[in-house]
Design a protein around this ligand. Structure first.
Ligand code: GLU
Length: 418
C-alpha cells in the first residue's frame, strides 16, 4: 500500500518546484498555492427506508484569474477537504497548460455510491446542487463529472439548477448526455488526451508506438478508453487492473472484450482473453514501454517507483505519483507526462461543450476531436519547449512553469481588488 501523502502538500510542492524556475514574485506564488474559497456543507438526505443520513460535501474554487472555475465532482469515501483543494489546484494548472479560458475548481461528496439506490443518489445529488446553486453558473463555476459520477449526475444537477433559477442554462455544467446538451466526444476525451500525449512523447523520444507494450492501472472511463485507443494506434495492451485485481497476457488482449467482461462481472479479473491474473502492484511495476495510471492519487510512492520498469508514464488519473515517486522516476529517466496535460482532454472537451451550449450550436465528433488534438499537441509542445529552454529534467515541472506563468500573467494584468 502506498504511503499516506496529503495531495494538497503534493500540489504545493509541485508549485514550489516550478516557481524556482520562474520570475514570478513570491507573493503572487503564495496566492497561486491556495484556493480562493472552499464550501463545506452537510447534506441531509432521506433514504429509501425513511431514515435520514448526513453526508459531508465540498466545493473548492481555487483560481478564477483565467475564467470561470472549472472542475469535476467526485463521489468517494476518501473525499476530504484537502483532496478537493488539491484537485481544484490541479484543475487551475490543467486549464492553463492546454490554454482554455477557464479557472480551476473541484467538488466531492464523502460517499460510496455503491451503497445507495439510484433514487437515494438522485436525492443526494439534487441536495448538493441546491447548496451549490449560489456559487455556480455558466460564468461563475462549471462542475463536471469525476470519479464515480457521470452523465446521469450532471443531468440531475443541470435540472435542479435550471428549475431553481427558472431558466435554461445548459452551460452551468458539462459532461451531460447528448439529449441534455452534452458534447460529442466528451466521454472519450480523457482517455483520448492520455494517448495523444503518449504518442507525442514517443515521437519526442524517438520511440516506436507501433508494437509498444502498455499496462493500464484502473479500468474506468479514462483507463479503458485509453486502452482501446492505444490498441487502435498499434500498441499492445498487455496488462490492466481495477480495484479487484489485474490481468496479464504477454501477447496482448482485446481491451474492448476486457471492458465487456468488466461490464458483465464488475471486474476485469476472470477475463478469459488474458493469460494470467496479477495484482494491481504488478501492473504498476511491469516491464512495459508505457504505463497508464488511471485510478486515484498516490498510486505510486517512492518505494514502488523504485520498481517501476516502464519507459514512459502517461497520467490519466489526477495525482497518481507522490512527489517522492516523481524524484525517483526522474533519477531513473522515466518520462512522465503529467496529469495536468495527459488527462486534460476531459476539461478541454468540457470547454467545447460549454462553448456549444452558449452558442446553442453543436459540433460534429470530428470537429471536437480535431480541436482536442490541437490543444493537447500545443500543450505538449509548450511543455517540451520549456523543458529544453530551462534545461529541466522533469516534464511535470516544465508543465507547471508554463501553466503558472499563464495564470500569473492573467492575475498581474488584472491587478488586485480592492
Ligand atoms: N474531472 C475531470 C478532470 O479532472 C474533468 C473536469 C471538467 O471537465 O471540468 O479533469
Amino acid at each position: 500500500m502506498a504511503e499516506e501523502v496529503n495531495p494538497f502538500d503534493s500540489l504545493q510542492s509541485q508549485i514550489d518546484e516550478a516557481a524556482a524556475h520562474l520570475d514570478v514574485p513570491d507573493d503572487v506564488i503564495e496566492r497561486l498555492k491556495h484556493p480562493e474559497r472552499v464550501l463545506e456543507t452537510n447534506l441531509t438526505v432521506e433514504l429509501d427506508d425513511g431514515s435520514l443520513e448526513r453526508f459531508t460535501a465540498f466545493r473548492a474554487q481555487f483560481n478564477g484569474d483565467r475564467g470561470p472555475y472549472k472542475g469535476g465532482i467526485r463521489y468517494h469515501p476518501q473525499v476530504s477537504r484537502d483532496e478537493v483543494k488539491a484537485l481544484s489546484g490541479w484543475m487551475t494548472y490543467k486549464t492553463a497548460i492546454v490554454d482554455v479560458p477557464l479557472g480551476g475548481g473541484k467538488g466531492g461528496i464523502v460517499v460510496d455510491p455503491a451503497d445507495y439506490s439510484t433514487a437515494e443518489l438522485e436525492r443526494l445529488t439534487r441536495a448538493f446542487a441546491k447548496e451549490l446553486r449560489p456559487m455556480i453558473g455558466e460564468d461563475r463555476d462549471i462542475p463536471a463529472p469525476d470519479v464515480n459520477t457521470g452523465q446521469r449526475e450532471m443531468n440531475w444537477i443541470k435540472d435542479t439548477y435550471e428549475t431553481l433559477e427558472n431558466t435554461t442554462e445548459p452551460g452551468v455544467i458539462t459532461g451531460k448526455n447528448l439529449a441534455s446538451g452534452g458534447s460529442e466526444g466528451r466521454v472519450e476525451a480523457t482517455g483520448r488526451s492520455t494517448v495523444i500525449a503518449a504518442r507525442e512523447a514517443f515521437d519526442y523520444l524517438d520511440k516506436d508506438l507501433e508494437g509498444a507494450t502498455v499496462a493500464v492501472q484502473g479500468y474506468g472511463n479514462a483507463g479503458w478508453i485509453a486502452a482501446k485507443l492505444i490498441d487502435e494506434m498499434g500498441a499492445t495492451v498487455v496488462a490492466a487492473s481495477d480495484s479487484s485485481g489485474g490481468i496479464y497476457d504477454p501477447d496482448g488482449f482485446d481491451p474492448v472484450a476486457a471492458k465487456e467482461h468488466k461490464n458483465e462481472t464488475g471486474s476485469v479479473v476472470g477475463f478469459e482473453g488474458s493469460e494470467e491474473e496479477i495484482t494491481n502492484e504488478d501492473v504498476l511495476t511491469m516491464d512495459v514501454d508505457l504505463l497508464i495510471p488511471a485510478a486515484l492519487e498516490n498510486a505510486i510512492d517512492a518505494d514502488l517507483a523504485e520498481q517501476v520498469e516502464a519507459d514512459v508514464i502517461s497520467e490519466a488519473a489526477n495525482g497518481p505519483l507522490t512527489p517522492a515517486a516523481d524524484e525517483v522516476l526522474e533519477e531513473k529517466d522515466v518520462f512522465v507526462i503529467p496529469d495536468i496535460l495527459a488527462n486534460a482532454g476531459g476539461v478541454t472537451v468540457s470547454y467545447f461543450e460549454w462553448v456549444q451550449n452558449r452558442n446553442r450550436f453543436y459540433w460534429s465528433e470530428r470537429k471536437v476531436n480535431e480541436e482536442l488534438e490541437s490543444h493537447i499537441v500545443d500543450g505538449f509542445d509548450a511543455l517540451v519547449g520549456t523543458l529544453e529552454e530551462h534545461d529541466l529534467e522533469n516534464p511535470r515541472t516544465a508543465a507547471y512553469v508554463v501553466a503558472i506563468q499563464r495564470v500569473a500573467d492573467a492575475f498581474e494584468e488584472a491587478g488586485t481588488f480592492p
